[in-house]
Ligand binder design. Sequence first.
Ligand code: HEC
Length: 196
Amino acid sequence: MMKKETLKISIIFISLVTMLTSCNNDPNSPGYEFMPNMYRSPSLETYGINNVFKDSLNARQPVKGTIPRGFVPFEYGKSTEEYLRAGVELKNPFESNDENLAKGKKLYGMFCAHCHGEKGDGAGSITHPVYGAIPAYADELMIRRTGKTMKELKAGNIYHAIYYGLNAMGPHNSQVNDEERWLITTYVQELQKGNN
Ligand code: HEC
């Protein structure tokens, strides 16, 4: 018996509270806020002071080992030994077909032709003496770092040269990405044949 009474009283009480809280004279009032924290969360600025982190003045650092989207790490160092190792170990992942050659040619035109020439003969439009000794890709005389000629450079050597540069030739690891470097390599390999 006692339990039923309590239940009745509770229901009446809850109804009353609900009625009271839902009735409000101000038409603009959002009504009673049961959890104001959820409506009014503190807004924190990225570089602003906050009480969440100890070094509260800094934006969050990326997790250790984070790499930029699309970034492909290059496992070879800058040295000649690494250059030679790249020449032996790396294979060009791109097939030498019309589509890839067209893509490679376009990139080559943007990043290499002004020094190396459209045909890869070393006669680009830049005539500054600093870039005087630009080798032709199909050259069969001058001995390079590999102990062989330009014509015999392997895909990995060319890729390494694009990545790190060589003397007067600057590195191209930030201007073009991994895929673009291989596409350029594909085109340079075509120019090595000296058919153009
Ligand atoms: C600012 C002018 C310049 C630009 C731009 C340039 N090169 Fe070179 N490149 C040179 C010079 C100069 C050399 C010769 C360096 C030496 O032997 O000291 C060279 C050498 C090379 C070699 C031979 C490296 C070796 O291992 O012997 C290759 C391959 C090559 N360049 C490819 C490219 C490609 C591909 C591009 C475009 C992504 C490019 N270069 C952009 C000036 C340039």
